[in-house]
Write a protein that binds this ligand. Sequence first.
Ligand SMILES: [Zn+2]
Ligand SMILES: [Zn+2]
Length: 303
Amino acid sequence: MRYGLLDAPALSRAAAPAHVLRLLGAGGAFSRRYGTTCAELRLPNGERWLIDCGRQAPDQIAAAGLRWHDITGQIITHVHGDHVFGLEDFAFTRYFTDTDDVPSVRSGGPRIKLVCHGAVRAEVWQTMAPSLRYVPDPAAPASGTLATYFDPVEAVGHEPARNNPWHHSERFELPGLRVVMRETVHVPGKPSTSVELALDDAGTIAWWSGDSTVDAALLTALEPRTTVFFHDCTFREYPGQVHGAFGALEQLPAAVRHKMVLMHHEDDLEQHRSRAEALGFRVALPGDCFDLARGLLLTGPSA
Ligand SMILES: [Zn+2]
Ligand SMILES: [Zn+2]
């Protein structure tokens, strides 16, 4: 099965894609070539959100022609530097800087909506508190909280704990955005979640692994109602694997592989690319832009 750029006449005849995802970074934690994880999600209501905000995100945002003030909200899968170390830049810029169209938070502008599992949220604040708690208020110099900068969205439902003390999944519903953040097996004992993004009212989703080992049973169960899977991938086998090992991904049913985009890969991607593509996987490069409803690559270096 081949996926490619939709030809221009087809695009102009088609309605504008409702959910569009652009990978600003497509590389793994230590990638120097493909950039750390950050994806721009454009919603049907016109809002722009980010999925994760890694250490290179401030430069990725600028290079993509975006401003932090263009972003309505932030989804965080888990707290590792390659997923969250751009958040301080995001928070401080929005807190202090006014633009022509969006006031700073301290001038009454909108805070950044934040969607993440409660267990992850606690760690987001743990990692940011040493800088963000200091607000320029002489009467209360260390009074900043997560809610000073962000508008944390509360879950509207959850599944009970399974293997860890926290909820197995939490569900969030906002106007224009409905997601389930489901725990993954990443680093043992660490809160880490995938994203199930609702695309319609019929249960159709686009799936984003965050960082996860391969859960073949889950992926296979989700496949009939999933348009596209974005899975972190490593071609390096090592004891105590914490990512989507290619050796496990290649065992997935063809129906899953053909909907899967490999991301969060290392800089040796090209050595393995033809093997992955022969099995029906697509490989993400920074700048690749997907129509999520159809699971199709629209534009970008891979088109
Ligand atoms: Zn990562
Ligand atoms: Zn991680």
